[in-house]
Design a protein around this ligand. Structure first.
Ligand SMILES: NC(=O)C1=CN([C@@H]2O[C@H](COP(=O)(O)OP(=O)(O)OC[C@H]3O[C@@H](n4cnc5c(N)ncnc54)[C@H](O)[C@@H]3O)[C@@H](O)[C@H]2O)C=CC1
Ligand SMILES: Cc1ncc2c(c1O)C(=O)OC2
Length: 261
């Protein structure tokens, strides 16, 4: 399929994990990609993506918690490719802590990246989409934890419930601008974040060796397998496509059946 020929897509956290899988899918379908990350490796990741897919790409170092940096990111997309058609708010962080150990710093950082960061990106994307008059698509990466908070992650669950509420509010405001705003909830997806969690959570919970904690979670998934980036990318591409024109303000799970509400 070549659904996104000539479209420009911004993906935050696009240098690895779920974000890279999303960026790759759009690049394979003809889009121009701007991938952004707080990690300097994003520039090399953009080059590799261009080589692998033949797409035009730009890699931008950007901390999504910084309003000026986010503004510069979207201005860069406009300058490089003439506009922003699709913006995927994917950058996110997670830590785990028992309630009495959770620090204010940890709380604030999680809310800053996952919730405020997603908002700042939506705000700038909307500014460009309104100015162009062409409308666009915003897709926010929430989490199964926007439906059902897991143990030891109250800050993360709050940040992702926040993303869902923000999605609904913005969807109402921009509906007549021909902009849709949706969120998705990945379940357990194999990425670096997953490895990190496996190590840290496994250690913290005591009873698990490497791989065992996640294996125990996977047991709860009706399909009995963790997801992969491409499982998420397929849903994102659909929501960004013409077929999803009449879908807005929704939050959709992609998790092998883990959460059914
Ligand atoms: N891996 C999983 O099982 C699940 C992940 N998610 C969500 O999916 C999204 C992507 O997660 P993964 O690919 O697993 O994580 P990852 O850790 O592999 O990648 C996260 C990306 O976000 C970027 N990032 C972090 N802080 C940033 C900041 N301040 N500014 C700009 N970029 C920043 C990182 O540089 C990296 O590119 C996150 O929002 C996460 O909460 C949701 C449900 C499940
Ligand atoms: C890395 C990781 N592992 C498990 C889960 C998440 C996550 O980000 C999440 O958002 O909900 C469950």
């Amino acid at each position: 399929m070549n659904r996104f020929k000539g479209k420009t897509v911004v993906v935050t956290g696009g240098n690895k994990g779920i974000g890279l899988a999303i960026a790759t899918r759009f690049a394979q379908e003809g889009a121009n990609l701007v991938i952004a990350s707080v990690e300097a490796e994003v520039e090399q990741a953009a080059k590799s993506l261009a080589e692998a897919t033949g797409a035009k790409t730009a890699g931008v170092v950007c901390d999504v918690t910084d309003p000026e940096a986010v503004k510069a990111l979207y201005d860069r997309a406009e300058k490089a490719f003439g506009g922003v058609d699709i913006s995927v708010q994917n950058a996110g962080i997670i830590t785990i802590a028992k309630v009495e150990d959770l620090t204010v710093t940890e709380w604030d950082a999680t809310m800053a990246v996952n919730t405020k960061g997603a908002f700042l990106c939506c705000q700038q994307a909307i500014r460009h989409m309104r100015a162009s008059g062409k409308g666009g698509r915003l897709i926010n990466i929430a989490s199964g934890q926007a439906r059902d908070g897991f143990i030891y992650t109250p800050h993360y669950a709050a940040s992702k419930f926040g993303v869902m509420g923000m999605t609904q509010s913005l969807a109402k405001e921009v509906a007549l601008d021909n902009i849709t705003v949706n969120a998705i909830c990945p379940g357990i997806i194999k990425t670096d974040m997953w490895d990190y969690n496996d190590r840290v959570w496994g250690k913290m919970l005591g009873d698990f060796g490497p791989g065992e904690l996640m294996a125990s979670w996977v047991e709860n998934i009706p399909m009995k397998r963790a997801g992969e980036g491409k499982d998420v990318a397929g849903l994102i591409a659909f929501l960004a496509s013409d077929d999803a024109e009449y879908i807005t303000g929704q939050t959709i799970n992609v998790d092998g059946g883990l959460i059914m509400s």
